[in-house]
Design a protein around this ligand. Structure first.
Ligand SMILES: *Cc1c(COP(=O)(O)O)cnc(C)c1O
Length: 376
């Protein structure tokens, strides 16, 4: 909780659940990433929080942007980023969108198979492409599964195909899984990337760039390593695997850039039990899975929750949202300890919610309006 957010909530008293983001924290995070990896370009993953104020601040600070769709590209451009500072990082693009991106001046595209390479060769001749390789996501609290990327052996063929079709086979990318707690998690994928560089060099194709993806964590309930520790571990691994032929590198932080900059203010709507003798209480908030807290899916992300009554005795609660969908339960498998004195109408603050909340909130499920956001 920053003093600016505390003041904002105290003086503005916004109605209903809302997210408040402190731009000073975003600025600090950006500068910390830059210090931790001074030779690496930063492409902010727009999907984490595309608020115009955040994008403008980052554009001003010199950030580049990882975009997954045409609207995200347009938002980055509107914030002041030039097309050379934008990548179309989604491996799953409609061919018409590749053409639109090209018209907007975008020249850097992600691929993970030959069919995608062919779309880009047709619609954006000569563009730079990087191939995403699979990463198992071990150590991540929000792993990204096998949906994106291909095996490194296949990436050789994909990049060779790109080269054959007149594209610039520019590099390799991977993502070690979001909320990655292990600072060494980049090592294996960097070893595979260096091997790919060597294999393609033998075929006359000289890759230039390694896209190290996101994965940098936000502090929720557990401590996480400092950004500096990630920077050191990644730089060491790059040197270990690439020797004196260090490639251009980029990172795409989303959560690590904005997660810790935001707090959601919410309210207790109901506290109840299922029978008189129950030890566990159900606590219903005015925000749930459909109001922006979708990352509580499988109870993966456990947000810190503060109340005005912290400090006294606590008891385990099942925490749920206000909608009429039975999936709208936040924490049940592992109940959440909240103060015994908690009452209906109390305000609660949900910390670390600057990333992956506003954009996950439903338009009007059950008539609840989308999560409001104030960027200060
Ligand atoms: C979502 C995403 C990111 C951001 O990941 P974080 O774990 O939030 O840092 C980066 N790159 C790509 C390609 C993504 O899809």
């Amino acid at each position: 909780m920053t003093a600016r957010i505390r003041d904002f909530l105290a003086t503005r008293r916004p109605e209903g659940p809302c997210l408040v983001v402190d731009l000073d924290v975003v600025r600090d995070n950006f500068l910390t990433f830059r210090r931790a990896l001074p030779d690496t370009r930063i492409f902010y993953a727009v999907k984490a929080n595309p608020a115009p104020e955040i994008l403008s601040l980052l554009a001003e600070l010199g950030s580049s942007f990882d975009c997954a769709s045409i609207p995200e590209i347009e938002m980055a451009l509107a914030a002041g980023a030039t097309p050379d500072r934008i990548s179309f990082g989604n491996t799953i693009k409609k061919e018409a969108d590749v053409a639109r991106a090209r018209r907007l001046g975008i020249d850097l595209f992600a691929v993970d198979c030959e069919a995608e390479v062919e779309k880009i060769a047709r619609q954006a001749p000569g563009a730079r492409v990087f191939c995403r390789i699979l990463c198992d996501g071990a150590g991540a609290e929000w792993p990204l599964s096998r949906k994106f990327g291909c095996e490194p052996e296949m990436a050789v063929d994909v990049l060779e195909h790109a080269h054959r079709l007149g594209l610039t086979a520019y590099g390799v990318s991977f993502h070690v899984g979001s909320q990655q707690g292990n600072t060494e998690a980049w090592d294996g994928a960097l070893a595979s990337s260096a091997q790919l560089f060597r294999t393609l060099a033998e075929r006359g194709i000289h890759l230039k760039m390694v896209n190290l993806g996101g994965g940098f964590p936000t502090r929720y309930l557990k401590d996480v390593p400092a950004t500096e520790a990630y920077g050191r571990s990644i730089s060491d691994a790059v040197r270990r695997h690439f020797g004196n032929a260090i490639p251009e590198t980029i990172i795409e932080p989303g959560r690590g850039m904005v997660g810790g900059a935001g707090i959601i203010k919410a309210e207790v709507v109901l506290i109840s039990k299922k029978q008189a003798g129950d030890q566990i209480r159900w606590v219903f908030l005015d925000i749930g899975k459909f109001g922006g807290l979708a990352e509580t899916m499988d109870e993966s992300i456990r947000y810190p929750i503060r109340t005005e009554r912290d400090g006294g005795d606590t008891a385990p609660c099942i925490l749920a949202g206000p909608t009429c969908d039975s999936a709208d339960v936040l924490y049940e498998k592992t109940p959440y300890a909240l103060p015994l004195s908690l009452e209906i109408g109390d305000e609660v603050l949900i910390e670390g919610t600057g990333a992956y909340t506003t954009t996950y909130s439903a338009v009007a499920f059950n008539g609840f309006e989308p999560l409001r956001s104030y960027v200060i």
